[in-house]
Design a protein around this ligand. Structure first.
Ligand code: CTP
Length: 437
């Protein structure tokens, strides 16, 4: 290869033994089939940046499908996409490895699915988005650890530049606008001048609006899963991308404030909460839509083809904030049990959003207490314990447990003994079965 560098040391230092072994095995398997295997894309980029990336993408010069079938014969689970000659092998862990066949793609018209023609690593790399993503590492016995860099990705990475591979990159695939902004912000790169120009004309030329709702949804979802989405949201605003994607959307300083709070609260609280990941992106979306008219908010939901469940979460977040503020407000002390009752059935992600979106301190504090403590509170006694106290099976048991929860939330009981005493005192007539006690 004309542009190469030996990464053997770097790989030993930065990658786990397990990853190095896996790469060796992949390389050996390819050689046994007279093919060549390369690690490519984000994995290579992140290795050079010293960032961990467990998503392994492999390109096979040869026949990727035959390569995957060979692993299947060895007992590994594979899923193959014959038409695109791509697929995935699942190694123990589980560790998924994406496999592609080095190919030359032609985009027949913008935004179309590519069709596969002949093969070659260089062409495969050339059809990618940015120079920093278009490097490969050879995995063969003889060329093990050689960085293959045809397009100056290494130099751009060193200089901190994000640069498209060619002038049609955004035209071929406008979702790269999102990718550019995401990578620039996450990796602290600077978009090179020509790339800025091309991105701007992609946005101004309206290509983003040609994307299907599902593709936009998937990009927005990925964007909002970044550890710090705000800089990317702002950058997309600078480019005017939101306005093109969602006409009429008002993204302003209020959006920034809510997004910032959401990120801080999520970081601080996520250990106290059951996994929110599935709806976290939706409440970021709520923050984005917060300052816009209801008609715009609804048209965004349509444009993104949200599922009924997603619509429900988003609508609750956006349209019930006022009602929630009424329920949770009040100058005097509110008992924790009242707050919990008001929030019954509200997804925790929505509570998190309301905590970020409200400007009323007292309400924010109550929501945060609910999220950190109260939502987890349960009585110490179980239904079984109530029966053992001599109460009869039936709806009364549930009622007692509910009342006990209220008592516990409001601090009337602490220990198990206090709970038992509280139940016996509160429901004296109903526990006649003293023999069983
Ligand atoms: N790619 C591309 N155009 C796209 C999507 C992906 O050219 N619209 C290329 C990129 O070169 C990327 C590779 O396909 O490196 C793999 O894509 P993906 O796994 O989505 O990207 P990563 O670079 O690994 O990014 P991330 O770290 O965000 O997952």
């Amino acid at each position: 290869y004309p542009w190469q560098e030996d990464l053997t040391d770097l790989m030993v230092r930065r990658l786990s033994e397990e990853t190095n072994d896996l790469l060796r095995r992949l390389g050996r398997m390819a050689e046994s089939l007279s093919m060549r295997a390369y690690a490519v894309g984000g994995f290579v980029r992140d290795l050079l940046l010293g960032r961990t990336n467990l998503d392994l993408d492999i390109v096979i010069e040869g026949d990727g499908v035959a390569f995957m079938k060979a692993w299947e014969r060895e007992g590994y689970r594979v899923s193959v996409h014959e038409r695109f000659r791509t697929g995935m092998i699942v190694f123990p862990g589980p560790r998924k490895v994406d496999v592609a066949t080095a190919r030359r793609e032609f985009y027949e018209f913008p935004v179309a699915q590519p069709t596969v023609a002949s093969d070659s690593l260089k062409h495969d790399l050339y059809r990618r988005d940015f120079t920093v993503n278009a490097m490969a590492i050879a995995l063969g016995e003889r060329d093990w650890g050689t960085l293959v860099d045809y397009f100056g990705g290494r130099r751009d990475l060193r200089r901190g530049f994000l640069k498209v591979l060619h002038n049609l990159s955004f035209v071929e695939d406008p979702t790269r606008v999102f990718r550019a902004v995401r990578l620039e912000q996450r990796l602290k790169l600077k978009m090179e001048e020509n790339t800025v120009r091309l991105l701007t004309s992609c946005v101004r030329g309206g290509l983003l609006s040609l994307l299907s709702g599902l593709r936009v949804k998937s990009e927005v979802e990925i964007l909002f899963h970044e550890a710090l989405p705000l800089p990317a949201i702002r950058r997309l605003r600078e480019f005017g991308a939101w306005e093109v994607l969602f006409p009429g959307l008002a993204v302003d300083s209020r959006t920034d404030r809510v997004v910032r709070r959401l990120t801080v609260f999520f970081r601080r609280l996520h250990r106290d909460l059951p996994p929110l990941e599935a709806s976290l992106w939706l409440v970021y979306l709520a923050s984005l839509l917060f300052g816009s008219d209801e008609a715009v908010q609804r048209s965004v939901m349509d444009r993104l083809h949200l599922t009924p469940a997603e619509r429900h979460v988003l609508s609750l977040a956006l349209f019930s904030l006022g009602a929630a503020e009424n329920d949770l407000g009040g100058r005097g002390e509110r008992r924790p049990s009242e707050i919990c009752r008001a929030l019954t059935g509200v997804p925790l992600a929505v509570c998190l959003f309301w905590a970020a979106a409200t400007e009323r301190q007292r309400i924010r504090r109550r929501l945060l207490l609910f999220l950190t403590r109260w939502h987890k509170v349960r009585p110490m006694l179980t239904g079984r314990d109530i029966l053992d106290l001599g109460y009869r099976r039936g709806p009364l048991v549930g009622k007692i447990l509910d009342a006990l929860l209220t008592a516990r939330l409001d601090g009337s009981v602490e220990t198990r003994e206090e709970e038992i005493q509280w139940v016996l005192d509160t429901y004296p007539g109903a526990a006649p079965d003293t023999e069983r006690k």
